[in-house]
Design a protein around this ligand. Structure first.
Ligand SMILES: [Zn+2]
Length: 220
């Protein structure tokens, strides 16, 4: 596939590193530019680092810096959408979609990576992903990027079947680890897992494979 520009659209700083930094690194190694449209600064998150180094007032500043570091590790651009954490589900989907459509078109995206609405565990994930799909639906078929959707919820394969795209991201593991590590306030538990090298750990194994469902326009 001939990709010109990949857009990654998730609501929180760290979604890109946990969910897509392997495929992001693969794109970068092929010379494909990648831009992360990050919906919020995750300022309502509960994790404040271990030992604790942030509070509710300072968390957004830290998370912005962490995201900048992750972006440096992954060699990608970041565009902050400026929405408020934990409120995306209350934004009118039409206005979110209009905002996203403009950005998708101005970047001339050939592929957009987002969550799978309804299978993404967090209301912000589901809401932003639903708006991405709505945005792409409104683009002329000839200019539409592909949409790759990342499902997270337990047991999603039983409902959705095998993902359409499965990437073994072992060749990019160092990049993924560095990107996750950059999210100091969020990544503590995961870094311990990674450092323990527990090969049987399911969570860790899941990180080493990135899989996506391809969205197809419904005709109904
Ligand atoms: Zn998230």
């Amino acid at each position: 596939m001939n990709n010109k520009h990949a857009l990654v659209i998730f609501p929180h700083p760290d979604d890109e590193s946990f969910g897509a930094s392997g495929i992001i690194s693969k794109f970068r190694s092929e010379g494909v530019p990648v831009t992360y449209l990050c919906g919020t600064l995750g300022e309502m998150g509960r994790n404040m680092g271990n030992p604790v180094f942030a509070n509710r007032e300072t968390l957004s500043t830290f998370r912005k810096r962490e995201l900048e570091e992750a972006a440096r590790q992954l060699d990608i651009n970041v565009e902050l959408l400026g929405y408020r954490d934990k409120t995306l589900e209350f934004e009118p989907i039409e206005s979110l979609a209009a905002d996203l459509k403009k950005r998708i078109q101005s970047h001339r995206a050939s592929v957009v990576i987002t969550h799978y609405p309804g299978y993404a565990v967090h209301p912000d994930h589901d809401a932003l992903a639903a708006a991405v799909i709505k945005a792409v639906e409104q683009i002329d078929p000839g200019e539409r990027p592909e949409v790759w959707m990342h499902a997270i919820s337990n047991g999603h394969e039983e409902k959705l079947g095998e993902p359409d795209l499965i990437f073994d991201i072992a060749p990019y593991w160092d990049k993924k680890e560095a990107a996750i590590r950059a999210h100091l306030s969020q990544a503590d538990g995961m870094m311990q897992l990674i450092e323990n090298h527990d090969q049987r750990n399911e969570q860790l194994q899941r990180l080493k494979r990135e899989s996506f469902y391809r969205w197809t326009l419904s005709t109904t």
